[in-house]
Design a protein around this ligand. Structure first.
Ligand code: NAD
Length: 485
């Protein structure tokens, strides 16, 4: 087998290990656990239940690898990442199938997630972080340059376990950091395989992964040998991480929850945009940080818009197992999240908020399925409007006055994204300029690119991923003053 073929040889998706110091290893205690396939409620394979000793071993290996990886030329690190991307691309199907089993999302979307990871690696590799030459005279040369932080750890959630890992890994490795990946306990499988595949390309200790339970994240964030935490998850966990990291003054990037508003103006082509708004609201069963979670519709078209989006959702967004053809809304990924969404549904029922959708599409399935719910103008201070449902529940709200809708859209602790939909470019830009969120979209929602900064305002984020800013987030700035002669 040629080296190229060996690098792209299929990975086995039945046995799962931690990846520590260039080897596939079990937990030091030998203990394992498994998650549940949310469509079938069957057990997924066993994975290591890591101990604090395992964290120590991974951090020791990372520290041992950090120096020489930092000295490896940028072009060589880039080449290894590009080779890794090609291998991941070659295994799109196996990763996608595992993603369906651990997360529940439809196969079509799982493939898009894997393809996006490949795009993110390649897109990140196109970026560069040259020295800034501040002064270059006969007397002296002054530059600012970017040096790697050292050992970075990525803590990722269960909704997009692969994608959110690849918001981090390429930026960390390209800038000369080594990386330890900690997946959510609910979705460890693809993440462990990512690091296993990394063994074909990176020296020992450069890309490692550990699976475990709720103790693992706090062990990593508190560890004195880790220099940076890149976290994606809930606001409450993000606050804990920031607190823990303050002890050692670790660098921290936090990408957290969202409650994105979409403001629909009165002049839109209703039939053309309701499918787009519905899809970005219900994709991944609403378990998407930047899903549209509140739709403000101008009063002049409210009834027509409501009828159109309900009709589209009921006729096109089929609920079902991710392996079934045409499923759009898979199950909720795990039982605790399912219970949270059910609790919100009980609140909706108790408060008699008007549900515009007809209800359950199919109750015959075993798994953690919830049919999409569209709410007809619930109160602005109700839980489905204020909270992040992280499930297939979407409130539609009426607006009349531009300044009022801007105030309502901004009246939240979240500041992840927001969109405006209008044919009138002037109106769209005027509204957009007043929205307080990290990503603003006009006549679209949720578009991201690897070469564009992704950062959130207010409680949704702290720091930036992606783009050149995302590279800087893995670096120290070092200023060098050289006197000549
Ligand atoms: P979570 O905060 O419960 O868990 C996220 C990760 O943190 C998991 O790996 C978990 O094991 C780990 N963790 C939990 N407690 C920890 C602690 N004390 N110290 C260190 N690590 C700890 O979030 P979740 O339920 O997995 O994900 C859902 C949330 O993530 C939603 O709020 C969603 O909006 C948000 N999210 C944000 C983005 C974004 O880019 N802004 C993207 C996806 C999801």
């Amino acid at each position: 087998m040629s080296k190229h073929d060996a690098n792209e040889a299929p990975l086995e998706f039945t046995i799962f290990h931690n990846v520590v110091n260039g080897k596939l290893v079990s937990s030091s205690s030998g203990e394992t656990y498994h998650s549940i396939n949310p469509s079938t409620l069957q057990a997924n394979p066993e994975v290591p239940l890591s101990t604090y000793d395992d964290v120590n071993r991974a951090v020791d290996a990372a520290r041992a690898a950090a120096e020489s990886w930092a000295q490896t030329p940028w072009a060589e690190r880039k080449k290894k990442l590009e080779d890794f991307a090609a291998a991941l691309e070659a295994q799109t199907e196996t990763f996608s199938e595992m993603l369906v089993k651990e997360n529940g999302k439809p196969l079509f979307w799982a493939r898009i997630e894997v393809q996006s990871c490949v795009k993110w690696i390649r897109g990140t590799c196109e970026l560069s972080l040259p020295d800034n030459v501040i002064e270059d005279t006969e007397e002296r040369r002054v530059i600012e340059r970017y040096t790697p932080l050292g050992v970075a750890a990525g803590i990722v959630p269960w909704n997009f376990p692969l994608m959110l890992s690849f918001f981090k890994i390429p930026a960390a490795l390209l800038t000369g950091n080594v990386f330890i990946l900690k997946p959510s306990p609910f979705t460890p499988y693809c993440c462990l395989k990512v690091a296993e595949m990394g063994l074909r390309f990176f020296p020992p200790g450069v890309l490692q992964a550990l699976s475990g339970d709720d103790r693992l994240g706090p062990w990593i964030t508190a560890h004195p040998g880790v220099d940076k935490i890149a976290f994606t998850g809930s606001i409450s966990t993000g606050k804990k991480i920031l607190q823990t990291c303050s002890g050692s003054l670790k660098r921290v990037t936090l990408e957290m929850g969202g409650n994105d508003p979409a403001i629909i103006c009165g002049d839109v082509d209703i039939a053309a945009i309701t499918p787009k708004v519905a899809m970005i609201s219900f994709v991944n069963s609403g378990q998407l940080c930047m899903a549209v979670k509140r739709v403000y519709v101008h009063e002049s078209i409210y009834e027509a818009f409501l009828a159109s989006i309900v009709e589209f959702v009921e006729n096109n967004l089929k609920v079902g197992d991710g392996f079934e053809e045409n499923s759009f809304i898979g199950p909720i990924t795990h039982q605790a999240q399912f219970d949270r969404v059910k609790d919100l549904m009980a609140d909706i029922k108790k408060n008699k908020f008007k549900i515009a959708t007809r209800g359950s599409q199919d109750t015959s399935q075993q798994g953690l399925f919830i049919s999409p719910i569209i709410l007809d103008n619930p109160p602005e201070d109700s839980r489905p409007v204020v909270d992040e449902p992280f499930g297939p529940i979407l409130p539609l709200l009426v607006w009349k006055d531009e300044s009022d809708v801007v105030q309502r859209a901004n009246n939240t602790e979240y500041g992840l994204g927001a969109s405006v939909w209008s044919k009138d470019v002037g109106q769209a830009n005027r509204i957009a300029s007043k929205l307080k969120a990290g990503s603003i979209w006009i006549n679209t929602h949720g578009e991201l690119e690897p070469n564009v900064a992704f950062g959130c305002h207010k409680s949704s984020g702290h720091g930036v991923e992606c783009g050149v800013e995302g590279l800087r987030a893995y670096c120290n700035v070092q200023s060098v003053y050289s006197r000549l002669g």
